[in-house]
Write a protein that binds this ligand. Structure first.
Ligand code: SAH
Ligand code: SF4
Length: 370
């Protein structure tokens, strides 16, 4: 906190860590559980409002420099299709974007989550940012134009979810919420905070890991590490090209890890029963959307229990690519489907408010100019 170096944020701490905090104050351990439930389960925004804790304990925590604060909603853009794009601001004034998509983004649905429970009511997907900006520098992505500004803490990642759930008045258990780590940033370049956030959301906010998907541009060593996690979301890999030459042109990360290495890691990834590995493929007109590219994708994915999400490029200023025609998207899809690969075309969401993938944050600058 600027001007107050003695502040310690509670949001982002595990139950175990909260136990150490309350024990150091001479308080019984069960207070940690109350604190944990208030933060992540009841989504109480400030320490002061946690009424399950005695006033004296709240005051002592504050004296010791502990605080808890959700990020703030700086701006909210509501799309005609119901999508809401939140500009979320953290304590140091850094901002990222978080997107609320009602009804879920069909393409993210998993076998388990495709069947709503009898008591479920509202259904939606929340798209989370893991970093402010991104260092990976994919040529079709507007977040890349920001460069990486910083990693988000686990508390900041979790905070985005809690904030949006409160704003949308969601009741976990009644409503069915999916989470996708597909906003700004490369989650596997902020691995520790990302995985801690996922665990806290499972344990504290009761959102099952089967309703979460993390997308990576292909940080190969992290794929194996992620596969070994006892609690983990589903994995999506941004393939986006069908051979090394092409992938290197649009995703510089491919210079570090070639397709052979990436797909080897994908092949070794320990899938659960009925689970599929998702491959995302952003179609760029005349660049990677030819039938030949589709056939190369089929060959690359052979032997992997995969599904493919095709995303027609969301175009934008400073992005030197064009969106493919609907016919090109359809023939690409047909080739994959004919080869037995379940392939979905992702519906563009919130286009009128620039809420689409790869447009996060950058568009705020543009919108605020108009
Ligand atoms: N950094 C991670 C997750 C965030 S990007 C990753 O790259 O996987 C989430 C998805 O948006 C990726 O699949 C990416 O390829 C896609 N994307 C980026 N820019 C896009 C654009 N302009 N149009 C459509 N999809 C885009
Ligand atoms: Fe980063 Fe993903 Fe955008 Fe690539 S597509 S620059 S990895 S956010």
């Amino acid at each position: 906190m600027p001007g107050n170096p003695q502040q310690f944020e509670l949001l982002g701490l595990t139950n175990q860590e909260l136990m150490a905090v309350v024990e150091a104050l001479g308080e019984p351990r069960y207070r940690a559980r109350q604190l944990f439930d208030a933060l992540y389960g009841q989504r109480v925004a400030t320490l002061d409002e946690i009424s399950t804790l005695p006033k004296t304990l709240r005051a002592r925590l504050a004296e010791e420099g502990y605080r808890s604060g959700f990020p703030a909603i700086d701006q909210r853009f509501v799309s005609r299709d119901g999508t809401v794009r939140y500009l979320v601001r953290f304590a140091d004034a850094q901002t990222v974007e978080t997107v609320w998509m009602p009804d879920g983004d069909g393409a993210e649905e998993t076998e388990e989550s495709a069947t709503p429970g009898p008591s479920s009511n509202r259904r939606a997907t929340i798209c989370l940012s893991s970093q402010a900006g991104c260092a990976v520098n994919c040529k079709f992505c507007m977040t890349a134009l920001l460069g990486v500004q910083r990693n988000l803490t686990a508390g900041e990642i979790v905070g985005q979810v809690l904030l949006v759930l409160n704003d949308q008045q969601i009741e976990i258990g009644r409503d069915r919420i999916n989470l996708v780590f597909m906003g700004q940033g490369e989650p596997f370049l902020n691995y520790e905070n990302f995985i801690r956030a996922a665990r806290l959301l499972v344990e504290g906010a009761a959102i099952p890991e089967s309703r979460m998907t993390v997308s990576t541009s292909g940080i190969v060593p992290r794929i194996a590490e992620f596969g070994a996690e006892p609690v983990r979301p589903h994995l999506a890999i941004s393939l986006n090209a069908s051979n090394d030459d092409l992938r290197e042109r649009i995703m510089p990360i491919n210079r570090k890890w070639k397709l052979a290495e990436l797909l080897e890691a994908a092949r070794r990834f320990p899938l659960r029963s009925r689970e599929r590995l998702t491959f995302e493929y952003v179609l760029l007109s005349g660049v990677n959307d030819a039938p030949e590219n589709a056939r190369e994708v089929v060959a690359l994915l052979s032997g992997i229990r995969a599904k493919v999400n095709l995303i027609a490029l969301n175009p934008g200023p400073e992005i030197p690519f064009q969106t493919p025609t609907a016919a090109a998207v359809e023939s690409f899809q047909q080739i994959l489907v004919a080869a037995g690969i379940p392939t979905y075309v992702r519906r563009p969401r919130g286009l009128d408010i620039y809420a689409a993938c790869g447009q996060l944050k950058r568009s705020t600058t543009l919108l605020s100019l108009t």
